[in-house]
Design a protein around this ligand. Structure first.
Ligand code: NAD
Ligand code: UDP
Length: 314
């Protein structure tokens, strides 16, 4: 099984590489290192079934060898990163997705799109079920991400209707080892801040909620979905919902940090709440998340601590 994986040097992509290699796959990773890091895949450098090409997937790729799967994970995912790279984000999810669908069609490969719970925007339906169409501001700052992912879902579905085997996952907030401590997302920020006894920056009053999924659970759901016939979007997330303020307190408790909590302004259009309805994934894949947020955070903190002792920063 030969797999082309875009975004291989990113947080999720690098974990997917580990799992696919363990399953015996050969991986052709593609990444332009916009938000990914070489160190995420440094341990795979000498692996005989792993290669990485430094390419921007908004430019068509010419791959001569046969491909069985094309998995499209390339895209900034952290709000500060996609706001810093708005056009790149729009293009990787629009033109990038189009080129990769063409590549999959050329090779007769199965295609998977990494979409997002952000397609639900600031949801009016709670928890979010796949049949909900969402509540997205088409011209707000986050639209570069939300709307381009919605386009990516639309074009993937259209290729699916014309015969390509496609899968679409809507990923809810996922965390774990190898998250870039500087990428600005809530879990990486809070852990990095707590480990250096700096204040934890809660945006707004901290009453907004998120449901946090440990990365191993996501990877398990992806592998299972590739093995069933299902082309419509599937939520993959952990329904364990908590407020951002509760998360801050939990990180302080688990790190034993002396940090305090401070307030900073709430970013524009920050969704009020988010929680996946995973009935479909459970029925279709026999899947549900196994890692409780407390356990997953403890593992992630352990990883950040190790890095801190090795390289002086998490
Ligand atoms: P990440 O930023 O760590 O990884 C994204 C990777 O894509 C990086 O290595 C980056 O360099 C690469 N990339 C970006 N633009 C590219 C381009 N034009 N050409 C080639 N490579 C490019 O983010 P992540 O958290 O690993 O997210 C991976 C995917 O999962 C993204 O598509 C994201 O939208 C989706 N997703 C993630 C989450 C989450 O909570 N982590 C939630 C929802 C959706
Ligand atoms: N957030 C926060 N402090 C931070 C980073 C984020 O309070 O240092 C909040 C952010 O406003 C949002 C939630 O945490 O309400 C999740 O943010 P993140 O950027 O991780 O992901 P999002 O779900 O917004 O894409």
């Amino acid at each position: 099984m030969r797999v082309l994986l875009t975004g291989a040097a990113g947080f999720v992509g690098s974990h997917l590489c580990d799992r696919l290699l363990a399953e015996g796959c050969e991986i052709l990773g593609v990444d332009n290192f916009l938000t990914g890091r070489r160190e995420n895949i440094a341990h795979l450098e000498d692996h005989l079934r792993f290669r990485v090409l430094e390419r921007d997937v908004t430019v068509p790729l010419d791959v001569r060898e046969p491909l069985d799967w094309v998995l499209h994970f390339a895209s900034p995912a952290s709000p500060p990163k996609y706001l810093a790279h708005p056009i790149e984000t729009l293009l990787v999810n629009s033109e990038g997705t189009h080129h990769l669908l063409e590549l999959a069609r050329h090779h007769g490969a199965q295609f998977l799109l990494a979409s997002t719970s952000e397609v639900y925007g600031d949801p009016m339906v709670h928890p979010q079920v796949e049949s909900y169409w969402g509540h997205v501001n088409p011209v707000g700052p986050r639209s570069v991400y939300d709307e381009s992912k919605r386009y990516a879902e639309a074009i993937t579905t259209s290729y699916g209707r014309s015969g390509l085997s496609v899968r679409i996952i809507r990923i809810f907030n996922t965390y774990g080892p190898r998250m870039d401590p500087d990428d600005g997302r809530v879990v990486s920020n809070f852990i990095a801040q707590a480990l250096s006894d700096r204040p934890l920056t809660v945006y707004g009053d901290g009453s907004q909620t998120r449901s946090l999924q440990y990365v191993d659970d996501l990877v398990e759901g992806i592998i299972r979905l590739m093995d069933v016939e299902w082309s419509a979007p599937v939520n993959l997330g952990n329904p364990e919902e908590l407020t951002v303020r509760e998360l801050a307190s939990l990180v302080i408790e688990l790190t034993g940090s002396a940090s305090v909590i401070t307030s900073e302004p709430l970013p524009d259009d920050d969704p009020r709440r988010r929680k996946p309805d995973i009935t479909l994934a459970t029925r279709l894949l026999g899947w549900k998340p196994r890692v409780l947020v407390r356990q997953g955070l403890a593992r992630t903190i352990g990883h950040y601590r190790e890095r801190l002792s090795q390289v002086g920063c998490p």
